[in-house]
Design a protein around this ligand. Structure first.
Ligand code: GRF
Length: 204
């Protein structure tokens, strides 16, 4: 597997981005975050990229009114940095058809639940953990999947369970799941970077 050149797309805090960055620095992931894209000019993810000297772009619908124009702008930037793999980490925007087609089988997303449970439009962040607690589920978890045209429906690449503890608060469960996200994303990208996970195979 060639040295992985990743583009991370993030809309918010970027803690998954940071975990991936750190794992590239230690060599755990044989690759680098070559590019960070956010739709949110105030996202801390862009700050993290700036601190690490990583090329970063704010790409928003304000500047590119149509999905096609937005995709075209993103595709141009991805080509400029020879990106092999797009890593969505808390990216709240849907990807357009052109981008999905150009990077078919090369776009990952992380979802803080055991898909297909708690997936789909509007199911992100704490809304998920709230639903898990209200349902009284004994377990939750994290899913990493390939991205297709719908929310959270692509082939699953890795999934890991996490027990819901008695007395778990929304904040407590959110924090524990986020920690597992960091661990699972890093491990999954490590395995991809050494050829142990073949995304082509999974995306067939
Ligand atoms: C995480 O909860 C992730 O599962 C979801 O968005 C959040 C991203 O957090 N997709 P961060 O921006 O990586 O800290």
């Amino acid at each position: 597997m060639a040295y992985l050149k990743m583009a991370v797309f993030a809309s918010h805090g970027g803690s998954n981005l940071q975990a991936i960055l750190d794992a590239c620095k230690t060599g755990k992931i044989r690759g680098k975050v070559a590019l960070v894209i956010s739709n949110n000019s105030k996202s801390y993810a862009l700050e993290r990229a700036k601190k690490e000297g990583i090329p970063h772009y704010h790409i928003s619908h304000l500047k590119y009114p149509s999905q096609a124009q937005l995709d075209e702008a993103i595709l141009e930037i991805l080509a400029k940095y020879f990106i092999d793999l797009i890593v969505l980490a808390g990216y709240m925007k849907k990807l357009g058809a052109d981008l999905l087609a150009s990077y078919k089988g090369k776009i990952l997303n992380i979802h803080p639940a055991l898909l297909p449970k708690y997936g789909g439009q509007g199911m992100y962040g704490q809304a998920i953990h709230k639903a898990v607690l209200e349902a009284g589920d004994e377990k939750t978890g994290v899913t990493i999947h390939l991205v297709d045209a719908d929310y959270d429906t692509g082939p699953i690449v890795r999934q890991e369970e996490l027990a819901v503890l008695p007395g778990d608060t929304l904040e407590g469960l959110t924090a524990r799941v986020l920690l597992l996200e960091h661990q699972l994303y890093v491990e999954t990208l490590r395995l991809i970077s050494i050829g142990e996970i073949d995304l082509e195979e999974i995306s067939k």
